[in-house]
Design a protein around this ligand. Structure first.
Ligand SMILES: *Cc1c(COP(=O)(O)O)cnc(C)c1O
Length: 386
C-alpha cells in the first residue's frame, strides 16, 4: 500500500487532504515523497513558528529528551516553570495553566470564568458570550463557544450557556449581557478560521472597557493569533487592552503539542488543587521547546514580521483577481475572484502551499520566512489568482 491508500483505508475520514505527502523540510521549504519542493505558506497551520526542522528548536528539544521526557504534574520541573515565568513577564499575566491544545486551553478559560463568576456573583452567572463567525475548537464545549451554526448541527445537545454576539456591534453584546447573567466575553482579535478578519480597534477597546466596568471577564483566544503571529507577541497588544484570561497554543512550542491558559490579576487564584489538570500538560519537551521559541520572539523578530506583513499587503493590494487583503502580521486573508480552493490547487502545482479559511486564501508562513522565499511565493500566488 502506498501512503495515500494506507491513510484512506485506516485514518478516520475527518480531513480533506491535498494529494501531497510531505516527508521532510528545512525552514520554509518542504519536500514531498516525489522529491518536489514547496514554499510553505501555512507552517502547519501557524504551528511551526520557525519553520521545519529549525536547528535551535531541535537543539532545545533534543537536550530535554536526553534528560527526561515527562515526569507528570506530581513533581516540580524546570521547563514548565521557566516557560510560565517568561509568559507572565511578557504579558503582565500572573499564572499559567498548561495543557496540550487550543481547545483545552479554551476549556480551562471557560472553567476559570464560570468559577470566578460563581464565587463572586453566584452560580447562575454562567453565560459566556462569544462572537458570530468565531472559532474556538472542536471539543463539544468549544464547539458550543464557536459562533458558526454549521459546526453545531450534527452534535446536539451542546454545552449550554454560550451566546453569540455580532462582531463589531457593541450594542449586541450589551443587550445579551443585560438579558443574561454573564461570566465572560471571549473574542479572537483577528478571526482566523472565520476568514482572517481583524475586529475594529474601536470596538475591541470599547468592549474591554464595558466588560471591565461590569466585572465581566475578558477572555482573548490567542490560539492562532498569538506568539508573534500578529506582529506583537499577542494580538491583544495591538489593541491597547489587558485581558483577564488569554488562551494560546498553536505556535507556542514551534511544532510540538501545547496549550496555555494565562490568568490575569483578578483570576490568578480561581483554580485551586484539583480544579483542573492534564496528564500531558506542562510536558517537559513541549515546554523546553516553548522556552526556546519565546526567547527568539523578540522585538527584532516582531519588527521583521511587521515588515513582511507590509510587503504582503502591498503585493496583494490592487492585484488582478484579488478583491481584498485582510488580517494582521503574518496572518493574511485574500478574497479572490476565483474560488479559493481552485487557487490553492494551482499554487500546489507551482510549488506553494497555502491554506484557506471560509472563502478566502489564508497565509500563515513561518515568522522567520526568508524575504526571498516570501517574494517568490507572493509572485506565484498572484499569478494563480489571475
Ligand atoms: C486552532 C484554533 C483553536 C483550536 O486549537 P486546537 O489545538 O486544534 O484544539 C481554537 N481557537 C482558535 C482561534 C484556533 O485558531
Amino acid at each position: 500500500m502506498n501512503i495515500f491508500e494506507e491513510d484512506k483505508e485506516f485514518i478516520a475520514g475527518t480531513y480533506n487532504r491535498f494529494p501531497v505527502a510531505i516527508v521532510s523540510g528545512k525552514g520554509s521549504l518542504l519536500t514531498d515523497i516525489d522529491g518536489k519542493n514547496y514554499i510553505d505558506m501555512g507552517a502547519g497551520i501557524a504551528v511551526n513558528s520557525f519553520g521545519a526542522a529549525d536547528e535551535k528548536w531541535q537543539e532545545a528539544v533534543i537536550q530535554q529528551i536526553k534528560k527526561v521526557q515527562h515526569t507528570s504534574n506530581l513533581y516540580y520541573s524546570e521547563p514548565p516553570a521557566r516557560l510560565a515565568h517568561m509568559l507572565c513577564d511578557r504579558t503582565g499575566m500572573k499564572k499559567v495553566f498548561f495543557s496540550n491544545s487550543g481547545a483545552e486551553a479554551n476549556e480551562c478559560a471557560f472553567k476559570v470564568a464560570r468559577k470566578y463568576a460563581a464565587d463572586r456573583k453566584g452560580p447562575e452567572y454562567f453565560n459566556i458570550i462569544t462572537l458570530k463567525n468565531s472559532f474556538h475548537g472542536r471539543t463539544l464545549t468549544c464547539l458550543s463557544a464557536t459562533g458558526q451554526e454549521h459546526y453545531h448541527e450534527l452534535f446536539q445537545p451542546l454545552t449550554p450557556g454560550f451566546l453569540h454576539a455580532e462582531a463589531n456591534n457593541l450594542d449586541d453584546v450589551k443587550n445579551l449581557i443585560a438579558n443574561n447573567k454573564t461570566a465572560a466575553v471571549m473574542i479572537e482579535c483577528v478571526q482566523g478560521e472565520g476568514g482572517v478578519v481583524a475586529l475594529d480597534a474601536d470596538y475591541v477597546k470599547a468592549l474591554a472597557d464595558f466588560v471591565k466596568a461590569n466585572d465581566i471577564l475578558l477572555v482573548v483566544d490567542e490560539v492562532q493569533t498569538g506568539n508573534g503571529r500578529s506582529g506583537k507577541l499577542y494580538s491583544y497588544m495591538n489593541f491597547d487592552i489587558q485581558p483577564d484570561v488569554v488562551s494560546t497554543a498553536k505556535g507556542l512550542a514551534g511544532g510540538l503539542p501545547i496549550g496555555a491558559t494565562l490568568l490575569g490579576e483578578k483570576v490568578q487564584n480561581v483554580l485551586g488543587a484539583g480544579d483542573n489538570g492534564s496528564t500531558f500538560g506542562g510536558n517537559l519537551v513541549s515546554c523546553a521547546a516553548g522556552v526556546s521559541i519565546l526567547e527568539r520572539i523578540d522585538e527584532n523578530l516582531l519588527s521583521e514580521v511587521r515588515a513582511k506583513s507590509k510587503f504582503l499587503f502591498d503585493e496583494f493590494s490592487n492585484s488582478e483577481g484579488i478583491e481584498a487583503v485582510t488580517g494582521m502580521g503574518l496572518m493574511i486573508g485574500l478574497k479572490t475572484t476565483k474560488p479559493a480552493s481552485e487557487v490553492v490547487k494551482k499554487c500546489i502545482e507551482k510549488g506553494v502551499l497555502c491554506l484557506t479559511a471560509k472563502d478566502r486564501i489564508r497565509l500563515l508562513p513561518a515568522l522567520n520566512i526568508p524575504m526571498e522565499l516570501l517574494e517568490k511565493a507572493a509572485k506565484i500566488i498572484k499569478e494563480c489568482c489571475k
